[in-house]
Every structure is written in structure tokens, then in C-alpha cells.
Ligand binder design. Structure first.
Ligand code: FMN
Length: 179
């Protein structure tokens, strides 16, 4: 596992090569198995291959045109309904105060990391993107107002091999027994 963790990069250039459904299913399976608070599994995934939709999503995602080279987008959506009973009139966005929103974002983030690592494991590349506002992304895919989009993951065969981005040192982040 450490090999995939070490080799994974955020990739922003892709070959014109389709992603096999088998690999995509395996990647989604890895997300399905992610841990979540009280096993609530708040995530949903929308697979987008259609060019027009991808264009709209990339435009709403800070106009990151490089995303369009990836044949597949996985739109990762967190659903608060697993923690709140009545969400019919709920409108979630970046300013929403609901504590449950933090929990579903946290859990969906764990699933997204599984996606990134399983993509690496299957020889594919990806990049977590989230440079968008809920209000801009949701209408493109008819996502209801009580859902929260945690990321759009372009997925495909990478066409670049960037070096690793710097990381803080272990001794700067690890403490033993107390803060
Ligand atoms: C929540 C989140 C949002 C991100 N959003 C973007 C994005 O919108 N565009 C982008 O190019 N990279 C984005 N990234 C990728 C980061 O820039 C990248 O993970 C970081 O620079 C470390 O590089 P590495 O992933 O290659 O190790 C995002 C990463 C995370 C975790």
C-alpha cells in the first residue's frame, strides 16, 4: 500500500484513452468500503462522461480547462439525510451551520481518498478538485439542495509524471502521549 501512497500524484494531463468500466467499478468499490462515522456511508457518486456536462462542471470548477482531457469525472456527493430526519427544505452550502455537514464531508473525504489510491493501484490517474461553489455545481447535475458536493475527480490515464510535492516532516506533525 505504501507504494501506491508514495507514487500517487494529482495529475492534470491525460491521454485520449477511455477508462475501462471494470477499473471504474473497482475504484468505486474501494469507495464503497471506506470507513464512516456510525457506518452512515453518506456518499453518492455521479459518473460523468458526457462532454457538455464535463464542460459545464469544469467551468464551474474555477474554469479548470485541463480537467476536460480526463475521460471520466467522478462527482462525489455527501448526503446529510443519514444524520437528519427532515431535510426537505434544507439548503446546504459553504456557510451552512449544521454540525452534521462536517461529519458527512469528513466521511465522504475518506471515500475520496480510497478513490485516489485505488486509481493509482489500477494504473489510472486522478486529481481531487474542489474549486467551486455548491450553488454553481449542483444545478448542472440536478443535485438536490440538501446534498453537498465534496469533490469532482477527473479520472483517466495520466500523461505526465510530476515529482512529489513537498510534505512537512514527520517530526513536525507527530507527538507522543500528549500535545
Ligand atoms: C480538497 C482538495 C481540493 C483540491 N482542489 C484542487 C483543484 O481544484 N485543482 C487542482 O488542480 N488541484 C486540487 N487539489 C490537489 C492539490 O493541489 C494536491 O493534492 C496537492 O498540491 C498535493 O499534491 P499531490 O496530490 O500531487 O501530492 C485539491 C486537493 C484536495 C485534497
Amino acid at each position: 500500500m505504501i507504494k501506491e501512497i508514495e507514487n500517487r500524484r494529482s495529475i492534470r494531463k491525460y491521454l485520449e484513452k477511455e477508462v475501462e468500466q471494470e477499473k471504474l467499478t473497482q475504484i468505486l468499490e474501494s469507495a464503497r468500503l471506506a470507513p464512516s462515522g456510525s457506518n452512515t456511508q453518506p456518499w453518492h457518486f455521479i459518473i460523468v462522461r458526457e462532454k457538455g456536462l464535463k464542460e459545464e462542471l469544469a467551468a464551474a470548477d474555477h474554469n479548470q480547462r485541463w480537467m476536460l482531457k480526463a475521460p471520466v469525472f467522478i462527482v462525489c456527493v455527501a448526503d446529510i439525510a443519514c444524520r437528519l430526519e427532515d431535510t426537505k427544505n434544507l439548503y446546504l452550502d459553504e456557510n451552512s451551520p449544521e454540525p452534521e455537514l462536517k461529519q458527512i464531508i469528513r466521511d465522504t473525504a475518506a471515500a475520496i481518498e480510497h478513490i485516489l489510491l485505488e486509481a493509482e493501484h489500477t494504473g489510472l490517474s486522478a486529481c481531487w478538485t474542489a474549486w467551486f461553489k455548491q450553488a454553481d455545481i449542483r444545478p448542472i447535475l440536478n443535485i438536490p439542495n440538501d446534498k453537498y458536493v465534496c469533490g469532482i475527480i477527473p479520472l483517466g490515464y495520466g500523461d505526465e509524471a510530476p515529482g512529489g510535492r513537498p510534505r512537512r516532516k514527520l517530526e513536525d506533525m507527530v507527538r507522543y502521549e500528549s500535545w
